[in-house]
Design a binder for this molecule. Structure first.
Ligand SMILES: Cc1cc2nc3c(=O)[nH]c(=O)nc-3n(C[C@H](O)[C@H](O)[C@H](O)COP(=O)(O)O)c2cc1C
Length: 216
C-alpha cells in the first residue's frame, strides 16, 4: 500500500459525518473502495478513526470508564538529566501560557483531563501496535504519524498526538474492537486549532544543532 495514498484517504475519512455501517478496509484503499460519507471505515489493522456519530458514541462510552494506569511508561521511570529538566520545562512553559500556577493542582489536573476530550477536536484516530513489535517498529510508527500530521497540515487540518490515551487502553480497545494482540500507542486529535487559545501560542524550546549533534 502506498503510504501517501493511505494517509490521504485517512484524512478524508476524518472529515466524514454520521455512521451508517462499519466497513473493514484491509486492501489498497486508494483503489479498491467506493467511499460513502455516512459509513464508518475501519482501516485494519492498527489505525482506528473516530469521527461524527462514532465520536459521539465514544464520548458517551467513556463516561463511566475511569482511566487506569498507563499501558506503558510514557516517560522512563527515574528519568535522568538532561531529559528530566527538558520534560519539566515544557510542562511549566505550557501551564505558564494558561496562567496556571505550579501549586494549583486542580487546574493542572483539569488541563490534563482535556486530553481525554481530544481538546475539543471533532475527530481523532487511535494508533495501535502489535505487541510483538519493539523499539525499531515503534519508531516506524512515529514516522507514520509524522507523515500523517504533515499531510493533515497540508489539508488544512491541525493535529495533536496524545500518548495520554495510554491511560484508557482497555476502554479504547473495547470501543474500537482492537484484538488482544494489539496494544495502544496513542491517540491523535484532529481538527482546527483555536489560534486565540493561549496554549496554542506555546513554542517548545529547540536545542541548537551544536547541542544535539557532534561533528566527529
Ligand atoms: C507521540 C506523541 C505523543 C504525545 N502525547 C501528548 C499528550 O498525551 N498530551 C499532550 O498534551 N501532549 C502530547 N504530546 C506533545 C504535543 O502533542 C506536542 O507535540 C507538543 O505540544 C509540542 O509541540 P512540538 O512537537 O512542536 O514541540 C505528544 C507528542 C508526541 C510526538
Amino acid at each position: 500500500m502506498r503510504r501517501k495514498g493511505f494517509i490521504a484517504a485517512l484524512l478524508a475519512l476524518c472529515t466524514m459525518p454520521a455512521v451508517a455501517a462499519d466497513i473493514f478496509i484491509n486492501a489498497d484503499i486508494t483503489t479498491s473502495q467506493t467511499w460513502t460519507a455516512n459509513n464508518e471505515y475501519i482501516l485494519t489493522d492498527r489505525i482506528y478513526v473516530v469521527n461524527g456519530a462514532s465520536m459521539t458514541r465514544f464520548r458517551a462510552f467513556l463516561q463511566d470508564r475511569p482511566p487506569g494506569a498507563a499501558a506503558y511508561d510514557i516517560y522512563p521511570q527515574g528519568l535522568t538529566e538532561p531529559y528530566r529538566s527538558s520534560r519539566f520545562k515544557i510542562g511549566e512553559d505550557m501551564y505558564a501560557t494558561l496562567g496556571i500556577a505550579r501549586e494549583d493542582k486542580p487546574a493542572r489536573f483539569a488541563q490534563f483531563a482535556k486530553n481525554l476530550e481530544f481538546f475539543g477536536a471533532p475527530a481523532a484516530l487511535f494508533c495501535f501496535v502489535d505487541r510483538q513489535m519493539g523499539p525499531p517498529q515503534w519508531s516506524d510508527l512515529g514516522m507514520f504519524l509524522q507523515t500523517f500530521m504533515l499531510l493533515a497540515q497540508e489539508a488544512g487540518l491541525d493535529t495533536c498526538p496524545q500518548e495520554a490515551w495510554a491511560v484508557h487502553e482497555a476502554a479504547v480497545s473495547e470501543f474500537v474492537g482492537a484484538p488482544e494482540e494489539q496494544r495502544i500507542f496513542c491517540g491523535v486529535a484532529i481538527g482546527h486549532a483555536d489560534r486565540d487559545n493561549p496554549i496554542n501560542s506555546l513554542v517548545s524550546d529547540r536545542e541548537p544543532l551544536e547541542v544535539f549533534a557532534r561533528f566527529v
